[in-house]
Each structure stands twice: as C-alpha cells, then as structure tokens.
Design a protein around this ligand. Structure first.
Ligand code: BGC
Length: 567
C-alpha cells in the first residue's frame, strides 16, 4: 500500500528532496565506494531528518568517466553498487518510511561502453548502428573534426571514430551524444522510464534536459556563435529546441499511465523565460531553478530570486524548486564564507562574461574551483549563513532540494591533491580543479577508524576520495549529540515545516522591515532573515525556530533566520 505521504496527489509540489550521490553516501560492501545497501542501511537517518523523497544520482553500470553520468546500461545497477534485488529492497525500505524515490535519467548521452555505441563503432558510416548517435564526416578528408565546436568539459566536441568519421560529445569523449531524431532512441528511453516506474520509482531527475534534440543542419555556426547562450527563442542548434517538447509530452503519457502518476524534474539550464515549458503539467512537471544557488548573501538578491521563481509558478501551475547546492557546485557553507564583492558589475565588466552569472557567488565558484588560489574562507560565517539560507527555503512555498552533507554544514574540500581528482572537468581547462570537493564521502562517525575503515564510519575499507582530518568534527554522531548543531536544526525545521504546512498556510506576502532584513509571511508563519553583521529588531511573536545557536531573544541575530508565529 502506498504510504499516505506519497499517496497525496502531487506530493512532490512541496516536498523536501534529499539528493544522494550514491558513491559517497554510505558503503555497506566495504570497498570504499558507497552503494545501494549503504542507502538502505541509512533509511533511519533519512527518516529522522524528515525528508519526503530522495533523488539518487546515477547508480547504473559505468566506467565513472563522469561520476556515473556516463551510463553503460540504463536498466541495471552497477555491480560495484549493488544489484537490482538490492535496489528493490532499498525502494521498499524507503517507501515503508514514507520516502519517495527519484532516479537520475541521463538521456542526452550514453557512455562509450554502451552496447549501442560499441556496435556503432564496429559498424560502417551510414549504418543504422551509427544513426543512434551523431557521427559526421571529418573535415580535410576526415583528418580534422567536422567543425570547431567545443565540449563543455574543454577540448573539441568531436572524437574520431578511426575511419574518417567523428562523433559528437558535448561532455567528455566517453559520453557520446545520442541522436534524438531516431525513433529507436525515443522508444528505448520510454522503455527505461517504464522499467524503473514498474520497480516503484516515483520520479525522475532529467539530466541535461535542455539537450537531446539537436539541429545539425549545415552550415554549422562557429563556436563563437554557439556561445550565445541562453537564448529566449529556441534558436540554438544544440540547446532548448522547441521540438524537445514532443519528447517530453510523450514521456508525460508514460508518467500518467501509472497510479500515482510519476513525475520528473528537469535540469534545464535555459533562459528563465523558457523554464516553464519544462515544468508544465503536460511535460515534465517540474524544473530546477538554480537562481537561489547563485544568489549573493544580500537581501535584494534573495528578494529578486524569490519573486521571479514565484511568478514562474504562476505561469506553469507547477511548483518552484529551491536549492543551495548539488553535486556540481562548491559546498554552500564555504561559498557563503567568501568575501562579498561590493560591486558585482565591476567583475562583470572586467571579465566581459554573461551578466546573469556576474555576482559574488559566481566568482566564489571560480575561486573554489581554482587550483591553489582559494582566498580566505570565513567558515564559521559561511556555515551560519548557510543555516539561515536553508530556513528561508524551507519557509517558502514549493519544493526544496538538499544536497547530502549540507545538513551537516559540511565545507568544500577545496584542497584535494590533483592526483586524486576524478572529475573529467579537472585538468581539461587551466582554471578548473573540478567538482570532487563536494563529493567526498560523508563522515558518519567522528572516529576516523570507526567500522575499521579509516573513513569516519563511511565504510570498512577506506573512501574513494580522501577525507581530511577535520571531517570528524562534522560527523553525524557529533551533531546528533549536540542540540545546537546544523543537523539538529535541520531536523527541527523539517518537523516544524511538516506541521506548519499540514493545512495550507496563508498566501505568501512580503513584509516591510529595516534595511538588511528580509521578511515574508504565510499567514501567521513569519520568516525573517538578517543579512547584516548586527542584530536587528523583530516584531512581537512566538519564536518557533532560530538558525543561530544563541537564539532570538535579542531580535533577529546577525546572519540568521528566525521563524515566528504572529497574527
Ligand atoms: C550533471 C553533471 C554531469 C553532466 C553531464 C550534469 O547536468 O549534473 O554532473 O557532469 O550533466 O551528464
């Protein structure tokens, strides 16, 4: 029987979803890699945290050329991470706890070890096997790539097949792009959607949802023109094509053939005016809004991002999403500890980059990804702000995604030695050290040798990325014993949120206040955030929760959020 929490129609509209990066969550097999039984063993933790669903980054067979986003077989579990039976056991355990399961679907590209791609390489140009991918004749008799397009991970977007043809990969060479004009490709992905839905999966996170359908008609625009992105009109040859919606409309028919209907959330890096197309009830149902993750620690930024997201919702009838971090971005606790740029535009002008990324958070990302040039991070401040920011998200209408470890206030491991880096981004450009710093296996125990594994309780045989000594200070067991910890605050917040939203709270409304304070209410539930370094006065009312360990007796503490009940 479906758990009542998941039986509610469109429960995901206002869910709190916890993102699990399976290789780094918990290792039950004892081989240094997190796995499916590891997740099952931690259902109690997820349940105590109070999340409504988990989203699992890829766990499929993969050579891990891109952390599993290079899939060898879409309908199986990587044997190093478990088996289909263990997957079923995990789903059953999560469902019994009232926790939904969302899996990651990677439709833009397979891996180069997928049976289809091996067959394509073995077949000749013009064959049906090659027609599942995007092969083109090379220039100069096949010696050179067909054009100058670049991969998002650096280098050419084309790799030679060895017979004069080249294949397109917008990411790593191990990730050949599929040909979505081919009906066989479309049918196969519908098969995959049914395969996991039949196993009880509740939803899908669609990787690079704005890719898939492409227009490779010649003449090809040069790389310089391709960088004109995002566009408001669907005119880019590779991204956000109008035809893409036919794919998602047919997926919707698959989703709606289940009871309860499945849903999907699009990772669509598109022009904000185009996001609604992905989130529509006729297509995927929901789309990530990354704006909060890129907002600076400034009340105006938060205000602007929230207004824009809520007006998106009015357009689609879907719910918005809030998130502060994921497996692709530097840890929020470190980002908020970086100095603010007083005049964000100065940097924009200096770099001549796209204006919508031109703020301190964008710069922070560069810093944290830049090898050896990280500035001072004020970590206590960053962690304090991260706690305040997540209480803003939890108080807003819509769905919030929490990245594993952010509930612990875990900082970025910004100084991983280059030789241990796994991310294909690392080293492909002079600037980027990649995304491994937020993917280091979680510390469950403060004792490095717990479980005999030299991995802070992650498993019994090490961790696939090295954990620094200070990881123990952030461990789950330390935070469980400390009522003022970040974990304790998350648990309290989610319990309160569940009770405050059990009956729909009042309409969202902004409330005017002193400069530096962001204040909104939903009926009697008020959320006040102080973005300054001094306490600010607050209205009368019952304090429900305060993000700062010292409490809200003296007003709204500096860099903190207070939830208040007040009529
Ligand atoms: C995923 C990344 C991945 C890329 C290619 C992104 O959207 O989140 O982790 O590298 O897609 O699949």
């Amino acid at each position: 029987m479906t758990h009542p929490r998941l039986a509610r129609p469109q429960w995901w509209h206002d869910a709190v979803v916890y993102q699990i990066y399976p290789r780094s969550f918990a290792d039950a097999h004892g081989d240094g890699l997190g796995d499916i039984p590891g997740i099952t063993s931690r259902v109690g933790y997820l349940s105590a945290l109070g999340v409504d669903a988990v989203w699992l980054s890829p766990f499929y067979p993969s050579q891990l050329a891109d952390g599993g986003y290079d899939v060898d077989d879409y309908r199986d579990v990587d044997p190093r991470l478990g088996s289909l039976e263990e997957f079923d056991e995990m789903v059953a355990a999560l469902h019994a706890a009232g926790i939904g399961v969302i899996v990651d679907l990677v439709p833009n590209h397979s891996s180069n070890r997928h049976a289809w791609f091996r067959a394509a390489l073995a077949a000749s140009p013009g064959s049906p096997e090659r027609a599942r991918y995007l092969f083109r004749d090379g220039a100069d008799g096949g010696a050179l790539p067909p054009n100058d397009w670049e991969s998002l991970f650096g280098g050419s977007a084309w790799t030679p097949a060895g017979d004069g043809q080249w294949y397109l990969h917008l990411f790593a060479p191990e990730q050949p792009d599929l040909n979505w004009d081919n009906p066989e490709v479309r049918a196969d992905f519908e098969h995959t959607l049914r395969f996991w839905s039949d196993r009880g999966v509740d939803g899908f996170r669609i990787d690079v949802a704005h890719g898939l359908v492409k227009n490779l008609a010649e003449p090809w625009p040069p790389q310089k023109e391709m960088e004109d992105w995002p566009r408001p009109d669907g005119s880019h040859p590779l991204w956000d094509r109008d035809e893409l919606m036919n794919v998602y409309r047919s997926w919707r028919r698959v989703f709606d053939s289940y009871d309860p209907p499945r849903f999907a959330v699009a990772e669509a890096a598109v022009h904000p005016s185009r996001r609604a197309r992905y989130a529509s009830p006729e297509t995927l149902g929901q789309a990530f809004n990354f704006a909060m993750q890129e907002a600076d620690w400034r009340p105006d930024d938060f205000h602007r991002v929230i207004d824009a997201a809520l007006s998106d919702v009015a357009d689609t009838g879907s719910s918005t999403t809030w998130l502060l971090g994921c497996h692709d971005s530097p840890r929020v606790a470190s980002r908020y500890g970086l100095p603010l740029i007083p005049e964000p535009r100065v940097f924009a002008d200096l770099k001549g980059e796209r204006p919508f990324r031109h703020d301190s958070q964008w710069l922070a990302r560069q810093w944290l990804l830049t090898d050896g040039r990280a500035p001072e991070v004020d970590l206590p401040l960053g962690r304090r702000r991260a706690r305040a920011a997540v209480l803003v998200e939890f108080a807003l209408p819509g769905c919030t995604y929490v990245y594993q470890g952010d509930e612990l206030g875990l900082p970025e491991v910004a100084d991983l030695p280059r030789e241990v880096l796994q991310d294909p981004m690392a080293g492909r450009s002079t600037r980027e050290k990649g995304r491994d710093g937020c993917r280091v296996p979680l510390p469950w125990a403060s004792d490095r040798h717990a479980l005999g594994g030299n991995s802070f309780g992650f498993g019994s045989d090490g961790a696939h990325l090295p954990q620094p000594d200070w990881f123990g200070d952030f461990a789950v067991d330390v935070q469980e014993a400390d009522p003022t910890s970040s974990l304790a605050m998350y648990r309290q917040a989610l319990e309160l949120r569940a009770s405050l939203t059990a009956t729909p709270p009042g309409e969202f409304e902004w409330v005017a206040g002193p400069s530096g304070l962001l204040h909104f209410r939903r009926g009697a539930w008020h959320c006040l955030t102080n973005f300054t370094d001094e306490p600010l006065p607050r209205p009368e009312g019952e304090v429900l929760l305060c993000s700062a360990p010292e409490g809200a007796a003296g007003g709204v503490p500096a860099n903190a959020t207070v939830w208040l009940r007040s009529e």
